[in-house]
Design a binder for this molecule. Structure first.
Ligand SMILES: [Zn+2]
Length: 103
């Protein structure tokens, strides 16, 4: 069995598992919730569902961490005074931001 096959099998099994766990959201729904979660706009119930998924799913923990990092960097950049040139942002940093968005 190839590596790719194992990966997709694992995803499929996880999807099956998540669908059968009471009230569990999928990874896609998790992604849709991330922004509201970080802005603290979720209801207490939504938040507990979200955090439960976070506890069970390593991919989404990594996704959230990358998302938060991207937001922090974006904020830091926009907080710079206007005359600070964006050219001073290291290329590596920009690449890291773009990479994080793809996941
Ligand atoms: Zn997930």
């Amino acid at each position: 069995m190839s590596h790719t096959h194992k990966r997709s099998l694992r995803r499929w099994l996880k999807g099956l598992f998540l669908r059968h766990v009471h009230r569990m959201i999928t990874c896609k729904e998790f992604e849709d919730f991330v922004l509201s979660y970080l802005d603290d706009e979720l209801s207490t119930k939504q938040k507990s569902v979200f955090e439960w998924h976070l506890r069970l799913c390593r991919e989404c923990r990594e996704y959230l961490a990358a998302y938060e990092r991207t937001r922090e960097i974006t904020r830091a950049i926009s907080a710079l005074p206007n005359d600070a040139v964006l050219e001073e942002v290291p290329e590596d940093l920009i690449k890291a931001i773009l990479d994080a968005r793809e996941h």
